[in-house]
Ligand binder design. Structure first.
Ligand SMILES: Nc1nc2c(ncn2[C@@H]2O[C@H](COP(=O)(O)OP(=O)(O)OP(=O)(O)O)[C@@H](O)[C@H]2O)c(=O)[nH]1
Ligand SMILES: [Zn+2]
Length: 187
C-alpha cells in the first residue's frame, strides 16, 4: 500500500468518526486514522500483493498418502460489514508425482487468502486454488470453521454460533472413503 492509499484511508476514517458524532481532535482519537491505515495495510495486504511466492516444491517417497495440516488459526474480514470472521482452517492434499511443499507453506497460504475482504465460502475455495496452483496434487480438501462478528455483535446477535465450509477437489471429490478419512481426522 502506498502513502497515497494510506492518506485516503486516514481521511475516510476521520470522516466516519465525524459522521458518528465524534470529536476527531480529542486525545484518544488523534492518532486513530493513522493506526487504522497501518492496520488495513496489514490485514488487507493480499489485495495488492497478488503473488504468493516462496513455495519450493520437493519430492517425497509416497504420493498416495494424505498430508493434513489442521487447526490453523486465521483472521479475515467479512466483505459485507468489514467486521472480522475468524476460526480455524484445515487443509489436506494427496500429492501427485510425489511432489510436496513445506508444511509451513500451508498456513502461509491460509493467511495470504485471509488478508482481503472475503466471504468464508470463497476463502475456502481460494486456499484450495492456491494449493492447486503451487503443487497440482491428486486431490485437495479444505474445511473452515469460523465465527462471524457480524452475526455475533450485531444484527442477528448469535455469539458462539459457528459456520463450517468445505471444499473438495480431485480424488477427495470422487472417493467417499478419502473424504471420510479427512473428516474423521478433524474430529
Ligand atoms: N454466505 C456468507 N454470508 C456472510 C458471510 N459473512 C457475512 N455474511 C452474511 O451476509 C449477509 C448480508 O446480508 P444483509 O441483509 O445485507 O445484512 P445484515 O444486516 O447483516 O443481515 P441480517 O443480519 O440478517 O439482518 C448476512 O446474512 C450475513 O450473515 C460469509 O462469509 N458468507
Ligand atoms: Zn458480515
Amino acid at each position: 500500500m502506498n502513502s497515497e492509499q494510506k492518506k485516503i484511508i486516514q481521511e475516510s476514517v476521520k470522516n466516519i468518526l465525524r459522521a458518528i458524532g465524534e470529536d476527531v481532535t480529542r486525545e484518544g482519537l488523534i492518532e486513530t486514522p493513522e493506526r487504522v491505515a497501518k492496520m488495513y495495510e496489514e490485514i488487507f495486504s493480499s489485495v495488492t500483493e497478488t503473488d504468493f511466492n516462496n513455495c519450493k516444491v520437493f519430492t517425497s517417497l509416497s504420493d498416495d498418502d494424505i498430508v493434513l495440516v489442521k487447526d490453523i488459526p486465521f483472521y479475515s474480514m467479512c466483505e459485507h460489514h468489514l467486521l472480522p470472521f475468524y476460526g480455524k482452517a484445515h487443509v489436506a492434499y494427496i500429492p501427485s508425482n510425489k511432489q510436496i511443499i513445506g508444511l509451513s507453506k500451508i498456513p502461509r497460504m491460509v493467511d495470504y487468502c485471509a488478508k482481503r475482504p472475503n466471504v468464508q465460502e470463497n476463502l475456502t475455495i481460494q486456499i484450495a486454488r492456491l494449493l492447486e496452483e503451487k503443487v497440482s496434487p491428486q486431490g485437495i480438501a479444505v474445511a473452515i470453521e469460523a465465527e462471524h462478528m457480524c452475526m455475533s455483535m450485531r444484527g442477528i446477535k448469535k455469539p458462539g454460533s459457528t459456520t463450517k465450509t468445505f471444499h473438495y477437489s480431485g480424488c477427495f471429490k470422487t472417493d467417499r472413503d478419502l473424504k471420510r478419512e479427512f473428516l474423521e481426522a478433524l474430529t
